[in-house]
Design a binder for this molecule. Structure first.
Ligand SMILES: Cc1cc2nc3c(=O)[nH]c(=O)nc-3n(C[C@H](O)[C@H](O)[C@H](O)COP(=O)(O)OP(=O)(O)OC[C@H]3O[C@@H](n4cnc5c(N)ncnc54)[C@H](O)[C@@H]3O)c2cc1C
Length: 298
C-alpha cells in the first residue's frame, strides 16, 4: 500500500530580522516586506514524511497557506524530496488567526482527498501558538499525536509513534487517518542538487501567467500550454483559492478570526541601571519585595 502523507509547512518572517514595515495599515502582518524562511519544525515534519516514504512507500504532498511568494517553501520542499505541492493563496485568507488558519487547512485536506496522515510542525516561530495542528485535527475529526519525535510503525490501519513528554516519552498507537505534530527530533535532509535543477522550474498557475506578462516566456507557447507541460512533468504547483477549496468566507482571514494581531515589533533588550543585592536573606527578601511591588513577579 502507498500512503498519502500531507505535510503543512509555513513560510515565516525571519524573526531575527523584523523591520519597521512589519505591519500593514489594516493591522495584518506585512509578510511580503519581511525576509521569509522555512519554519524550522516544519522541516522536521517534512523529514519525517520523507522517512515514511523511504520506509513504507508514500506520496508526500506539501501544502502551505500564504501569499503567492510562499511558493518558495514549496519549491524548497520539492528540492528535498516532496512529490507534489499545494499553495492555498487568496486575499480572503489574509490576517487569519489560528482558528481561521486551521479551518482553511481543513478545507485543503478535503480538497486533496484520500489523505492517510497529516503532519504539521509543533510550532511556528512567528505566531508561536502551537495551536494550528491540534485545531486542524479537531476540524477533521481525526485523532492526533502531538510532540512526535519518531514513528515506530505504520500499517494501513494504524500508526505507532513516540512523543516527547515532560521527563520522558510516551508511545501511542492511533487509527488512521491521523494528524501528527512533529518536534525538532531529526536531521532534515539537505536539498538535492539533481532535484533543484529539475524542480526550480516548478511553478503555480499565477507564476506562469506573471512570467508571460513579464515576457520572460517566448510567446511561442500559451499560458495553458505551459501549464499543461508543467503538469506533464509533475512540476505544476497546485494553486487553490478560497472558492477552490469550498471555504466559507466568513470563517477565513480577518473575517473568521476572533484574535487580531495588534502589532509586532522587535524587542531589543537594553541594559538598564544595575543594582547589587546583598547575598543575605535580608538582601534577597528586599529584592523579592521590590520585584513584586513593580509587578515583575506575581
Ligand atoms: C506575533 C504573532 C502573534 C500571534 N498571536 C496569535 C494568537 O495569539 N492567536 C491566534 O489565533 N493567532 C495569532 N497569530 C496569528 C497566527 O500566526 C496565524 O494564525 C498563523 O497562521 C497560525 O498560527 P501560528 O503562527 O501560531 O502557528 P502554529 O500553530 O504555531 O503552527 C503550527 C503548525 O501549523 C502549520 N501551519 C501554521 N500556519 C500555517 C500556514 N499558514 N500554512 C500551512 N501550515 C501552517 C505548520 O505545520 C506549523 O508548524 C499571531 C501572529 C503573529 C505574527
Amino acid at each position: 500500500m502507498s500512503y498519502t502523507v500531507l505535510v503543512f509547512v509555513k513560510q515565516v518572517p525571519d524573526t531575527q530580522n523584523i523591520t519597521g514595515d512589519a505591519m500593514t495599515p489594516q493591522g495584518t502582518v506585512n509578510r511580503a516586506a519581511l525576509p521569509a524562511i522555512f519554519n524550522p519544525e516544519d522541516l522536521n515534519a517534512l523529514e519525517l514524511a520523507l522517512q515514511l516514504k523511504d520506509r513504507y512507500g508514500a506520496k508526500v504532498v506539501v501544502g502551505t497557506m500564504g501569499p503567492p511568494n510562499a511558493a518558495e517553501v514549496l519549491r524548497a520542499s520539492l528540492y528535498r524530496g516532496a512529490d507534489e505541492c499545494v499553495l492555498l493563496t487568496d486575499r480572503a485568507f489574509a490576517g487569519a488567526d489560528t482558528l481561521a488558519t486551521s479551518y482553511a487547512l481543513s478545507c485543503c485536506v478535503r480538497k486533496v482527498g484520500k489523505v492517510d496522515l497529516v503532519l504539521c510542525g509543533r510550532q511556528a516561530i512567528d505566531g508561536d501558538t502551537a495551536q494550528v495542528g491540534p485545531q486542524l485535527a479537531e476540524k477533521l475529526g481525526w485523532p492526533q499525536i502531538c510532540y512526535v519525535e519518531e514513528v515506530k510503525d505504520l500499517t494501513p490501519e494504524k500508526i505507532t509513534a513516540q512523543r516527547a513528554i515532560e521527563g520522558g516519552y510516551e508511545v501511542l498507537t492511533s487509527p488512521l487517518p491521523a494528524l501528527l505534530t512533529v518536534i525538532d527530533s531529526n536531521d532534515p535532509r539537505p536539498m538535492a542538487a539533481r532535484r533543484i535543477m529539475r524542480c526550480k522550474h516548478a511553478m503555480t498557475r499565477s507564476e506562469v501567467a506573471k512570467a508571460h506578462a513579464d515576457q520572460n516566456y517566448a510567446d511561442s507557447t500559451s499560458i495553458d500550454e505551459d501549464i499543461e507541460s508543467l503538469r506533464a512533468k509533475n512540476l505544476l504547483i497546485h494553486e487553490y483559492t478560497a472558492a477552490d477549496v469550498n471555504a466559507e468566507v466568513s470563517r477565513i482571514g480577518l473575517a473568521g478570526s476572533p484574535t487580531k494581531v495588534k502589532n509586532i515589533m522587535s524587542v531589543v533588550l537594553t541594559g538598564g541601571e544595575a543594582k547589587s543585592v546583598d547575598p543575605t536573606p535580608a538582601g534577597v527578601s528586599e529584592l523579592i519585595h521590590e520585584l513584586i511591588s513593580d509587578h515583575t513577579l506575581g
